[in-house]
Design a protein around this ligand. Structure first.
Ligand SMILES: Nc1ncnc2c1ncn2[C@@H]1O[C@H](COP(=O)(O)OP(=O)(O)O)[C@@H](O)[C@H]1O
Ligand SMILES: [Mg+2]
Length: 260
């Protein structure tokens, strides 16, 4: 069964002076149920726009998107019940504590108080959140800490489709690992995961398939290992980073890397 089906989707934004930005242009791809699917691309390539459309937060200008067979335009309520999105611009009640925010979300999801309490503590422990800070207001948290609360919120329930927009950006190495383990665990428990990331290592290790987008267009899609193997004919020491440079128009060999 297809978890996500994107067909000929475009999204345009109008800027001042009538200029039009093609944030996503004629994009098509499918994500299978149970997959961890990576979205890679430079800043501004359209990753968040794509994820926001799948999350029903933006309406495509052209084409169609289906989540488990439900059209995001025609049946947004059904889609919203199946998904959860984590993004850097997470919305919280900033004056309330992490605990209060999570408890509030648990209520919206219809979780019992007893279950929510247990689950919040379990989740926060599993991503290494300092227990003593749970009752502090979100506005006092670093970006990494806020990101952790946002991730915990996504895992309160077991969404069929998790949309993770750069979930590990801004996290320290340990927290990053912990989040990656949580993503892997969610996948083994049956969730389908769409994950955008700038971390090539993370994409290589975690994703069953990845796609690279550049200036709103899909430039390559496949299993990370195969993408790297293909490029080894050209560059014997190729890694996923090489694949990224190759497909996003940078000439890898000309990039000035100073090695000391
Ligand atoms: N709400 C918006 N209004 C105007 N332009 C936007 C809006 N959202 C995104 N864009 C533009 O669309 C392009 C893709 O942005 P985005 O999806 O955020 O990229 P990424 O997440 O890959 O960094 C960029 O050129 C960005 O400036
Ligand atoms: Mg983004």
């Amino acid at each position: 069964m297809l978890a996500v089906s994107v067909k000929n989707v475009s999204k345009f934004f109008k800027r001042k002076k009538g200029e039009v930005v093609k944030a996503i242009e004629n994009m098509s791809f499918d994500v299978q149920k149970g997959e961890i699917f990576g979205i890679l691309g430079p800043n501004g390539s359209g990753k968040s726009t794509l994820i926001r459309m799948i999350a029903t937060l933006l309406i495509p200008d052209e084409g169609s998107i289906k989540v488990f067979g439900h059209d995001v335009n025609k049946e947004p309520e059904k889609v919203r019940k199946l998904i959860h999105r984590v993004s850097v611009e997470a919305s919280f009640f900033k004056k309330l504590s992490a605990y209060e925010n999570l408890f509030f979300s648990a209520g919206i999801y219809g979780l019992s108080k007893k279950y929510a309490l247990k689950k919040i503590h379990e989740l926060m422990a599993s991503i290494g959140f300092n227990h003593s800070r749970l009752k502090d207001p979100i506005e006092d948290f670093s970006r990494g800490m806020q990101q952790k609360v946002s991730i915990a919120r996504a895992f309160l329930t077991k969404p069929s489709l998790l949309l993770l927009d750069e979930p590990t950006t801004g996290l320290d190495p340990r927290a990053k690992r912990e989040v990656q383990e949580l993503v892997h665990k969610a996948s083994t428990e049956g969730s389908t995961i769409l994950l955008s990331t700038h971390d090539m290592d993370e994409a290589y290790k975690l994703c069953h398939r990845i796609m690279i987008i550049h200036k709103g267009k899909l430039v390559v899609i496949g299993e990370p290992k195969k993408l790297v193997e293909n490029l080894r004919k050209k560059y014997p020491n190729a890694s996923l980073e090489t694949v990224f440079f190759e497909y996003t128009g940078e000439n890898f060999e000309q990039i000035d890397l100073e090695v000391v």
